[in-house]
Design a protein around this ligand. Structure first.
Ligand code: F0G
Length: 407
């Protein structure tokens, strides 16, 4: 197992507290001895229950007895037959990451990142967050008995996420600015030994997140999908998923790899712009979207994400807020899946682009629903019809039901 810079190749030790390359500033990645891992997988995996830690041989943990876990991963892969019919897709699946302990995919990364913090012997864990990272870090820090400090964009995070960070006992600071400014401050602070950074720049965290790919492969009966559609904010998760799918081929478990489709909100789409122009990323100062989880103008993992999309033959695209809300509501109404706005972004992409002819009716399509709908009750209520008040008597209720045409 080795930690290395994806730009210049410089190597680091597994006990080094490093987030980006000290020589060139490049992003870091982790590589395993795949020939050795091949000897024992998948048989050792099959003996363990579903979840992140099932894949221990491909996790960067030196001392698994320190594990800080709450049963993360092992989320449902839901075959969406009714929605699939509407979108003319026979094999449409949603990976329901809202089923994680704090309601988002971040828990997959935090179980590894916080275990790493214990290995390193650090005490103060810090992150900037649009909401879910802070909920997750706050919970895992609480469970590990470590201090948690989170910086959030003031007034711009969903109510449920704020409630989580507060109740788990994190020190929450609301920065008068956006996520990108909060992350800049957190990066500066974590250059000091007092703070350990747990944003997705932390290479250990992404190792936990890649297990979503392993699960999808297993849940589809030992094959990856043809398409993996995923929302993009700071661009860590799409990079992690792609790494997971690549590792399955390195282990000889499959020859297939999905095409990766990364989707941003139109009001926060710097990666889509860079992809279209074949240029380096130009950060956006002003970003706005109803999907506050991905309200990000300067995604730190953009180089990894562009590589993932290009290597896979996929694409990056954006959807507007109106489509995100429509998709969120349609997924809930047709499949009983209540996801937060960012989690509905892949469905919004399909609703818009199904006619493009890119995806075949028989292709296997997996949309990653990254967060639970209860995280953001305000949005769900704002776009719903308000309940009608009625007198406490059966005749009045029946009369109202007749009036709205139910009976
Ligand atoms: N979906 C949800 C629900 C998220 O919370 C995030 C990111 C993403 C998608 C995008 O993932 O950043 O890896 O591309 N939320 C971060 C946070 C930024 O602070 O909670 P990404």
């Amino acid at each position: 197992m080795r930690v290395y810079c994806i730009e210049c190749g410089k190597e680091y030790g597994l006990m080094d507290r490093v987030y980006t390359c000290r020589s060139c500033g490049g992003l870091l990645d982790i590589e395993y001895d795949y020939e050795a891992v091949k000897e024992v997988v998948p048989s050792v995996w099959l003996k363990r229950s579903m979840g992140v830690w099932r894949y221990l041989e491909l996790l960067p943990v030196l001392n698994p007895s320190l594990r800080v876990s709450m049963g993360e991963g092992g989320t449902r892969l839901v075959h969406c037959r009714r929605l699939g019919k509407m979108l003319n897709l026979r094999h449409l699946y949603v990976k329901d990451e809202g089923g994680n302990p704090t309601g988002s995919f971040k828990d997959r990364g935090m179980t590894i990142g916080v275990t790493k913090a214990l290995e390193l012997g650090v005490r103060n864990l810090i992150c900037a967050s649009t909401g879910n990272t802070s909920s997750s870090l706050a919970a895992y820090s609480a469970r590990a008995g470590l201090n948690c400090i989170v910086l959030i964009p003031s007034g711009k995070i969903a109510l449920g996420k704020l409630a989580q960070a507060l109740i788990y006992g994190a020190k929450v600071l609301a920065v008068k600015g956006g996520f990108d400014e909060a992350l800049r401050i957190v990066r500066e602070l974590s250059a000091k030994p007092d703070f350990y950074l747990l944003n997705s720049l932390n290479p250990y965290r992404l190792e936990g997140q890649k297990t979503g790919s392993f699960e999808i492969y297993e849940q589809l009966g030992g094959r990856p999908p043809d398409w993996l559609i995923i929302p993009v904010g700071n661009a860590g998760n799409i990079s992690a998923y792609w790494k997971g799918f690549k590792e399955l081929t390195l282990l000889g478990l499959t020859d297939l790899r999905p095409k990766m489709v990364g989707v941003q909100a139109r009001g926060a789409n710097p990666l889509v712009k860079a992809f279209r122009k074949h240029k380096d990323l130009t950060p956006l100062d002003q970003v706005e979207t109803v999907a506050t989880a991905i309200r990000i103008g300067n995604p730190v993992n953009w180089r990894k994400a562009i590589r993932a999309v290009e290597e896979s033959g996929g694409l990056l695209d954006d959807v507007d807020d109106e489509d995100i809300i429509k998709a969120q509501r349609l997924l809930a109404k047709t499949e009983g899946l209540f996801v937060e706005p960012a989690g509905a972004v892949p469905i919004a992409y399909l609703m818009k682009h199904r006619e493009d002819g890119l995806i075949d009716v028989d292709d296997v399509v997996v949309c990653v629903a990254t967060g639970n709908g209860l995280k953001d009750p305000d949005i769900a209520i704002r776009f719903s019809e308000k309940p009608k008040e009625v007198e406490p008597n059966t005749e009045c209720v029946l009369e109202e039901l007749r009036r709205i045409g139910v009976v």
